[in-house]
Design a protein around this ligand. Structure first.
Ligand code: CA
Length: 230
């Protein structure tokens, strides 16, 4: 489950956010005070994104944000600010927040921001830890059994091919250089040639592409490497 912390002292706003996040497939973890929020974060290390209201009765949202960052946490943080606190966004970003949303906000706006931040903070890796599956288009990679399915059908992969698929799916949409792929899959101590990457990609394409001569899943980034994306 994609856990999101919601720190908001006003229960009406909190439940409004909770209902909308549940509808969008998130699992909200609620906190009424800053102290509670910090406790929930400790109890739920799988929380990837936190929504922090600025105006709170005890420690304010900025201070909570500062403490989260001071603990070394890299979770995504969105500050909830009122219109009259427009200046707060500067303070918020300086204390380590990633984004801010001004009240009143629409549910669509809020979930769009959370979705974006969730993706940026490696949400897919967390999903994977939770249910052992990485899903991308017609592909489902099971990281427990190290198996791949396309449209529900098993595709047999070598261990190297599996590792390449995992790397691609963890970095969907990002161009990976051939050196990156070599280092990640074969390890930094591998002194073979870069060509081994191309050879394996060619084989992988034959297994997974609809038409390996016109690859649409593993695309070539000319003069650089490859990219997972469609
Ligand atoms: Ca408040």
């Amino acid at each position: 489950m994609k856990k999101v912390l919601i720190l908001e002292d006003e229960s009406s706003i909190r439940s409004f956010v909770v209902i909308n996040l549940k509808r969008s497939g998130y699992e909200p973890v609620e906190a009424e005070t800053g102290e509670q929020a910090l406790e929930e974060l400790k109890k739920n290390p799988d929380i990837r994104v936190a929504l922090l209201d600025v105006m709170l009765p005890d420690i304010d949202g900025f201070e909570v944000c500062r403490r989260i960052r001071a603990s070394g946490s890299k979770i995504g943080i969105i500050m909830l600010t009122a219109k009259s606190q427009e200046m707060d966004k500067v303070t918020g970003l300086m204390t380590g927040a990633d984004d801010y949303v001004t009240k009143p906000f629409s549910p669509a706006e809020l979930t769009a921001r959370i979705d974006a931040l969730y993706r940026r903070t490696g949400g897919s890796e967390q999903d994977e830890a939770a249910n052992g599956e990485l899903v991308s288009g017609p592909f489902k990679l099971n990281t427990r059994n190290r198996t791949l399915e396309k449209n529900g059908e098993r595709i047999r992969l070598t261990q190297i091919e599996y590792s390449i698929m995992k790397l691609f799916m963890d970095n969907a949409g990002k161009a990976l250089s051939r050196e990156d792929i070599l280092n990640e899959v074969w390890g930094r101590n591998y002194f073979g040639e870069l060509k081994i990457v191309d050879v394996n990609i060619r084989r992988l394409r034959i297994k997974i592409e609809d038409d390996p001569t016109i690859p649409s899943y593993i695309t070539t980034v000319w003069g650089y490497g490859y990219k997972w994306g469609f």
